[in-house]
Ligand binder design. Structure first.
Ligand SMILES: [Fe+2]
Ligand SMILES: [Fe+2]
Length: 145
């Protein structure tokens, strides 16, 4: 499966999030046709920025909608951020093929799986919050009194 093929089956039906996810896969797909080292480093920096911004906005939304798994989700984002920073530091000593390969593993592997598992967990909370319904959390028997 190509990088760009992934984005169509991971739609969470939340336009702002889907757009950011799609953009990350689009950016990652450009690494396949190499180019030169300088361009590759620039693309990698842009990709890192997009992922970091996306993580930050996601965390803000999860906090706003009262998602109970925020801490664990934030920890996962932290792990990925570390991998990206590490790759960015090593990339200048790597071949273009190696960089493209690691980008593919990180985006097509880690990010892809993260979206399908962790991201999909907060979607119901986000949708309930966006539609003005009470947070899913408060639907416990204790609150019904
Ligand atoms: Fe995400
Ligand atoms: Fe996430």
């Amino acid at each position: 499966m190509g990088l760009s093929d992934c984005s169509s089956i991971i739609e969470a039906d939340v336009p702002s999030i889907d757009l950011q996810h799609r953009r990350i896969f689009e950016l990652a797909a450009t690494f396949a046709d190499s180019g030169d080292q300088i361009r590759m480093m620039k693309s990698l920096a842009i990709l890192c920025d997009h992922v970091k911004t996306h993580f930050r906005e996601e965390e803000e939304m999860m906090a706003a909608c009262g998602f109970p798994g925020l801490a664990a989700h934030r920890q996962q984002h932290g792990e990925c951020r570390k991998m990206l920073v590490d790759l960015l530091a090593r990339a200048r000593h790597m071949s273009l093929d190696q960089i493209a390969d690691e980008v593919k593993q990180l985006i097509n592997g880690w990010i892809y799986n993260h979206i399908l598992t962790a991201d999909f967990e907060y979607v119901p909370y986000l949708k309930a919050w966006q539609s003005g319904q009470a947070p899913v959390l408060s639907a416990s028997p204790a609150d019904a009194r």
